[in-house]
Design a protein around this ligand. Structure first.
Ligand SMILES: O=C(NC/C=C/[C@H]1OC[C@H](O)[C@@H]1O)c1cc([N+](=O)[O-])cc(O)c1O
Ligand SMILES: [Mg+2]
Length: 214
């Protein structure tokens, strides 16, 4: 009966999920998207690669661009060490509202903070707003044509440090050709591709991990 897909996803979670159990929230959303209704979460297969990168990086500060329903914020937030923070930016207020409820349902509202607004407007405000100097990890999953300009904006705002890990979703499908070309050719990055599949399908997709060299 939810009017929008995010609302239907949240209702399914509230009905079928286990409050306070972040692993169960991830699995319940994946079951909804695999059996009821497709949604643009990073999903289970690519999600396992995200898990591996988060565990290897062990980031104290994470910035996510494009929250949607909060699936990847929960997926990453559940793996962070106590005291770590994940900030996620979402320009669509209706999505942000659902995401905040999904994150609270998972019991991660202390570690994860959702900011509503455009990345262009919010990124230059983060240092002031959050008392954060630089991010240890960035997860890019918003408008595909925004990956490159927002990466340059992050550089310009001094939010990256030597070793910051940028992990980008959908570099194959829908595709982010200009971003890929940049991180793979720029001397400022060391890039690695992780082939996978588009969430809940067997269409080719992949993640790109790019380490900022300063
Ligand atoms: O457009 C995609 N993501 C863009 C998300 C945009 C979000 O950020 C801004 C907007 O408010 C929305 O919440 C996307 C699209 C597909 N797809 O298969 O079409 C698959 C994915 O994993 C995706 O992240
Ligand atoms: Mg995506």
């Amino acid at each position: 009966t939810g009017r929008t897909r995010p609302e239907r996803l949240l209702q399914y979670l509230q009905k079928n999920g286990t409050r306070g159990d972040a692993n169960n929230v991830v699995d319940t959303i994946d079951r909804f998207c695999g059996t009821v209704e497709w949604a643009m979460n990073v999903g289970g297969e690519k999600g396992k690669i995200v898990d591996k990168v988060v565990l290897e990086t062990n980031p104290g500060t994470v910035l996510e661009l494009g929250t949607y329903c909060g699936y990847s914020a929960v997926r990453m937030g559940r793996l962070l060490a106590p005291g770590s923070r994940l900030i996620t930016l979402e320009m669509n207020p209706a999505y942000a509202k659902v995401a905040k409820e999904v994150i609270a349902f998972a019991g991660l509202d202390k570690q994860v903070e959702v900011l509503v607004g455009s990345t262009t407007e919010l990124i230059p405000q983060l240092k002031k707003k959050l008392d954060i100097d630089t991010f240890d990890m960035i997860f890019l999953d918003h408008w595909k044509q925004s990956y490159l300009p927002d990466t340059k904006l992050l550089e310009e705002c001094g939010l990256l440090r030597k070793g910051t890990v940028l992990l980008a979703d959908n570099v194959i499908c829908p595709g982010t050709p200009d971003y890929l070309q940049y991180v793979r050719s720029s001397p400022k990055y060391l890039s690695q591709h992780f082939p996978s599949v588009l969430e809940y399908t067997n269409a080719p997709d992949g993640l790109e991990k790019s380490v900022y060299l300063g």
